[in-house]
Ligand binder design. Sequence first.
Ligand code: ATP
Ligand code: MG
Length: 452
Amino acid sequence: MIRKLLRRVFRRDPVTATALRSIEPAIIPVAQHGITRDRISPASRRVCSTLQEAGFKAFVVGGAVRDLIAGITPKDYDVATDATPEQVRELFRRSRIIGRRFRIVHVMSGPETIEVSTFRASQSEETNTDEHGRILADNVWGSQAEDATRRDFTINALYYDPSNETVIDYHHGVGDLKQKTLRVIGDPVTRYREDPVRMLRAVRMAAKLGLIIDPAARKPILELAELLGNVPPARLFDEMLKLLTSGHAVACIKQLREEGLHTGLLPLLDVILQQPMGERFVWLALENTDDRVRAGKPVSPGFLFATLLWHEVLASWEARKARGEPSQAALFEAMSDVLDQQAEKLAITRKISADIKEIWALQPRFERRAGKAPHRLLEQPRYRAGYDFLRLRALSGEVPTELAEWWNDFADANPESRETMLVPDRDGIAKKRRRRRRKPGGGADNAASGKE
Ligand code: ATP
Ligand code: MG
C-alpha cells in the first residue's frame, strides 16, 4: 500500500510532462503525405463519414495511418472518435460493443470489421492500477490531444481525416517514421509499467517497419521484462499471435531474444532453441510462416503453435516411451503435458489447442505406408496441415526427406499407382531397407525405392 502510494507520488507522470510542452499538433496536408482518401478502405471511409455527418469527430488512427505513410498495405483499420461507444453503436446497425478493460465498438461493413474507439482521457492519479502500475481499466473519455498522449508510440498517434485528407500529428510521429525511430510517448518506464505488453509491441513494430528502438525506450525493457508475468494469459496469447503472424516472425523472435523478452513468453522456446534439431525446426517453421503471410496466404495459429512446441512433445514422448509406456498413449500424454505447461503463460484457446493436437496426432500415422492406412490418412480433413508439418520435420532433418517425398507422390498419384507404391511394412523406412536388400527387384518395394 505504502509502496504504491510512494510510487504514485514520485513517478514521473508522462501526461504532466507532455502537457507542460502544451502540444499543438502538426496538420500535414495531403501534398506532403500523399494519402488520398481512396487509399483507405471503403469501410473506414464510411465509418468516418457517418460519424462526421452525425456531428462527431472521426479519424482513421494508429496502425493504418502509420503503415500507409510507411508504404505498407494496412491489415486492418481503427477509427477514433469523440462519440461514446453507445452513440457509435446507435449509428451502425451491424455493430457491437466489446471489451471491459478497454471498451470499443466493432463495426461490421462488408467483409471488414472496423474497431472504433472513443478518445481516452490521460491517465491520472485516480486511474485504477495494480501494484506494479498496470492499468486495469481505461474507459474515461477525453479530448483528441489526450487520446494522442495515451497511445503507445509516436508513430501510432497519427490521425487521418478522410474529409480533408490531412494527417494530424501530435507527437512528431511522421518525422520519427521517416527517421526510422520507434519512440515511446512519455516516460518509457511508466508506460511499460502501465501496460507491459507495450514492450512486446515495441519489438513487433520495430521488426515489422525496420525501425531502431530509441535507446530510452529500449534500455528499460530488460529490467522490466518480468512484468509480462502479470499480464493476463489471454492478452499475451493475442499479442504473441500478432507477432508470429506479422510476416516478420523471424525478425521479431530474434529481437525478443536480444531484448531478453523471450523467456517469459514461450517458456519452452529457450529450451527448444538450445536443441540443435529443435532450433532448426523452429526457424524453418517461422520462415515458412513469414513467407506465407507475405504471399497473402492464410496461416493457421494451430499449425504455428504446433511447430513451436513440437520438440518439447518429442522430448516428453521419448522419455515416456523409455519408461515403457506404449507409444500411442505416451504421445497423447506428452501432448497434454506440453499444452498444460503453456497454458500457465499463454491462454491458447480451446479451438487452437484442438487444432494443435490434431496435427501432432497425425504424425505417427505418416509412418504407416501399408494397407488401408495411407488412404485413410489422405482423407483426413487435416491431412494437408499434417503433411506440411511432416515436410518441416523432414527439412529440419528429424525424419528422412524420402518419407515426405513419398507422401507428396502418393497424394498426387492415381488410385492404381497408389497401390503399387504401398510399403508392406508397418514401421516405415528402416525395415523397408532391410527387406529390399533381401528381396531385390520385389514389386512394391521397388516402386518406392525408385524415389530414394
Ligand atoms: P497492427 O494493427 O498493425 O498490429 P496497430 O498499431 O494498429 O498495429 P492495434 O493493436 O490495432 O495496433 O492498436 C491500434 C492503435 O491503438 C495503436 O496504433 C495505438 O495507437 C493504440 N494502442 C494499441 N495498443 C496500445 C497499448 N497497449 N497502449 C497504448 N496504445 C495502444
Ligand atoms: Mg490495427
